[in-house]
Design a protein around this ligand. Structure first.
Ligand SMILES: NC(=O)c1ccc[n+]([C@@H]2O[C@H](COP(=O)([O-])OP(=O)(O)OC[C@H]3O[C@@H](n4cnc5c(N)ncnc54)[C@H](O)[C@@H]3O)[C@@H](O)[C@H]2O)c1
Length: 253
């Protein structure tokens, strides 16, 4: 679909990849709701792009419902959802202090996997009530996995499991929502230069980028945004997870 004039939800849009995607959607003419756990960050990005900033914890059913309702009240039901919110809590299964606390594993699954599903179910319910566009399309959902879904590194069991869960639900969700004319796609980024990544020491950044065959550098959030907008615009793309990684295949550490 052409995003122009349509309402869009972007989670984790207060920073990094989500913020850049919100900017790109706004530039393309969408009415964007900037959802983030960090209220100030959401409001700042929303102000910059003329969107709506909403505090939202994607892992919480009530918070997700309230945020989607606020976006609906301001912009109407959204035809587009880009699920970007995510966290990484590293930890080995057995570390110096013994077994990995179960809460740490559970929290990553709650935010990354359950949070993605929470926002998907709420957004899809709104999309279901909209008039179909060309090809019978009512909406499109783009999720964010990671190359860690395929090559999880040491200390990333929770993150890898959460991101593999997102890749795993993509086809099932696309099939499930097909009768409503809603597409579901996922992007699995490699190493993207977001504030988090850029705070790493220069030598660590270099050792990471040396592993990327071509182009041998960190990806830009804008490259993610461009792929997300292409996915939204290309109605034949559905049920697929696309790696965005310069052919990176991560080693054990
Ligand atoms: N940067 C990378 O190299 C990279 C690589 C692969 C995948 N990813 C994925 O891309 C996504 C964005 O990464 P980023 O680098 O832009 O990270 P980031 O930390 O810059 O941004 C993530 C945003 O999500 C928000 N957030 C965290 N928990 C939330 C919650 N419960 N509810 C709502 N918002 C919440 C944070 O406040 C933050 O604004 C994440 O899902 C991450 O796993 C990033």
């Amino acid at each position: 679909m052409d995003v122009k004039g349509h309402a869009a939800l972007v989670t984790g849009a207060g920073s990094g990849i989500g913020a850049e995607t919100a900017r790109a959607l706004a530039r393309a003419g969408a009415r964007v709701a900037v959802l983030d756990l960090n209220r100030e960050a959401a409001l700042a990005v929303a102000k910059e792009i003329g969107g709506l900033g909403v505090e939202c914890d994607v892992s919480d059913a009530k918070s997700g419902e309230t945020a989607v309702a606020a976006a609906r009240a301001a912009h109407g039901p959204s035809r587009i959802l880009v699920n970007v919110a995510g966290i990484l809590i590293p930890g080995r299964i057995v570390g110096r202090d013994g077994a990995l606390p179960l809460e740490k594993f559970a929290r990553v699954i709650e935010v990354n996997l359950i949070g993605t599903f929470n926002m998907m179910r709420l957004a899809a319910a709104d999309m279901a009530g909209l008039e179909p566009l060309a090809d019978g399309e009512r909406g499109v959902i783009v999720n964010t996995s990671s190359v860690a879904a395929y090559e999880g590194q040491i200390g990333q069991v929770a993150y890898a499991a959460s991101k593999a869960g997102i890749a795993g639900l993509t086809l099932a969700a696309a099939r499930d929502l097909a009768r409503l004319g809603i597409r579901v796609l996922t992007i699995a980024p490699g190493l993207i230069a977001t504030p988090m990544m850029l705070t790493l020491p220069a030598d660590v950044q270099k050792s990471l980028t040396d592993q990327v065959p071509f182009p041998s550098r960190l990806g830009h959030a804008e490259e993610y945004a461009r792929l997300a907008l292409h996915m939204i615009g290309n109605v034949m793309l559905n049920g697929e997870t696309v790696r965005l990684d310069g052919a990176l295949r991560m080693g054990p550490k």
